[in-house]
Design a protein around this ligand. Structure first.
Ligand SMILES: [Zn+2]
Ligand SMILES: [Zn+2]
Length: 152
């Protein structure tokens, strides 16, 4: 059995990124492709829009916060990235597949846990099918204390 914490490494070719954008009907502007590529490389960091802006400003000095916000909304709506609402504001994750976010209320760390037996994905699909619903994104989070904080 595979460890449910074994997340698929998201390391896509630019060709694959362009294909995904096209499939979702999104124009592949250089900034949008760079933003998507950047988020997919952040692993479990779940960064804020401001942190993503900081990270990309070096490559795109004219990149505005409004552009970041607009692109994040479009990418999340298309189900290419995860948007997670936390008490400190929205954070953006690299794993669009159904997973559970473990949010530590003490240190703020967020870990992604895929449900190994696929029951979560199946449940989501059944619910969506029952409502003839085109499901794009799913966000489940559990708040509490991470292993390190619980031990301290
Ligand atoms: Zn913690
Ligand atoms: Zn996540």
């Amino acid at each position: 059995m595979t460890d449910p914490r074994d997340l698929p490494s998201v390391d896509l070719s630019s060709e694959e990124l362009l294909k995904r954008l096209a499939e979702r009907g999104l124009a592949a502007s250089a900034q949008r492709v760079a933003l998507l590529d950047y988020i997919l490389g952040t692993g479990e960091a779940h960064l804020t829009a401001d942190e993503l802006h900081q990270g990309l400003k070096g490559r795109f000095p004219t990149l505005s916060r409004a552009t970041i916000y607009n692109n994040l909304a479009a990418l999340a709506e298309a189900g290419l990235i995860e948007k997670l609402d936390t008490p400190e504001g929205a954070r953006f994750g690299s794993v669009p597949d159904p997973h559970v976010n473990l949010v530590c209320q003490q240190c703020g760390r967020i870990s992604d846990v895929l449900i190994g037996d696929r029951s979560l994905a199946a449940l989501v699909r059944r619910a969506a099918d029952a409502g003839s619903f085109d499901a794009r994104t799913l966000s489940i989070s559990i708040s509490g204390r991470c292993e390190d904080c619980a031990r301290a």
